[in-house]
Design a protein around this ligand. Structure first.
Ligand SMILES: Nc1ccn([C@@H]2O[C@H](COP(=O)(O)OP(=O)(O)OP(=O)(O)O)[C@@H](O)[C@H]2O)c(=O)n1
Ligand SMILES: C[C@](O)(CO)[C@H](O)COP(=O)(O)O
Length: 254
């Protein structure tokens, strides 16, 4: 095969700077009554601080933009000041919006110009391991416009006709082949220009940023996710998160 006929590989882009946007403006309705979810504590430390530390643990990440509850930016700034965070990382706090999508866009608007790679990470995934963060950054540096960490599913999934009234039986429409399905986590990593274009042009219901990039027709790739990157959504997830932290303390010899 001559050089000209080889498929072109994107150049690795090691010099690019990486920022992380952490949407943390949700109420946490499914977790039950209480403070906004990101401000609730796991082993005495706010979930948001765990998430910020998890992203700042990556040497690739030099800026973290926290998107606070709409009226909670001063409180979040105080929280960041009150907790030990790496000196090499810069932090910004901006108020969020009504939907996750709007909160991410407000975080993107706050990014200084000199960042080319953007990670978007749910504050509600406080325990993502640094190796997962680094794998996502590396895949973007290697040329993928959009990268999502994901895991195979344990359950079989059914597509249904949603119930007309709560509690009604739901007719099953299809059973997608499980081996081809992945449960998608964060951080999701992007070429900044692609993500900004997605947020400027895609409207309608989307549940993740990569889904918006897919609608642009851009390539989105999956890298292995991690069990500990689960989303704290319901009360049982708090129990699991504290158990993971306890196991980590045991393994670290504390
Ligand atoms: N208006 C919103 C809604 C959500 N989020 C953030 O998006 C992430 C994922 O959302 P989810 O887990 O659904 O959080 P909540 O919206 O708070 O949960 P719920 O739907 O139970 O209220 C969370 O870190 C959440 O803080 C946000 O920044 N702004
Ligand atoms: C972005 C996400 O975490 C990927 O799994 C998920 O879609 C967020 O959904 P939520 O309903 O906003 O928690």
């Amino acid at each position: 095969m001559s050089d000209d006929s080889r498929p072109s590989r994107p150049e690795p882009r090691t010099a690019l700077r990486t920022a992380a946007v952490i949407p943390a403006a949700g109420r946490g309705v499914r977790l039950g009554p209480g403070a906004p979810k990101a401000l609730r504590t796991l082993n005495g430390t706010p979930m948001l601080i765990h998430a910020v530390r998890a992203l700042a643990a990556s040497r690739a990440v030099s800026l973290v933009v926290v998107v606070a509850p709409p009226d909670g930016a001063p409180e979040v700034k105080s929280l960041l000041d009150a907790h030990a965070l790496p000196d090499r990382t810069d932090f910004l706090v901006v108020p969020g919006g009504e939907s996750r999508q709007e909160s991410v866009r407000l975080g993107l608007d706050a990014l200084p110009p000199d960042y080319d790679i953007v990670l978007v990470h749910d504050a509600a995934r406080p325990l993502v391991p640094v190796d997962t963060v680094d794998a996502v950054v590396q895949a973007v540096r290697d040329g993928a416009p959009a990268v999502v960490p994901a895991l195979p599913l344990a359950d079989t999934v059914k597509e249904v006709e949603p119930a007309a009234a709560p509690g009604d039986p739901e007719p099953v429409l299809a059973t997608p082949e499980r081996a081809r399905l992945r449960a998608v986590q964060t951080p999701q990593g992007f070429d900044r220009t692609v993500l900004v274009r997605a947020h400027e042009t895609v409207t309608g219901a989307v549940t993740d940023d990569a889904g918006m990039v897919e609608q642009l027709g851009e390539r989105v790739v999956v890298v292995p996710g991690h069990e500990e990157a689960f989303k704290v959504t319901r009360p049982l997830d708090l129990v699991l998160a504290e158990a993971v932290l306890a196991r980590r303390r045991l393994n670290d010899g504390f």
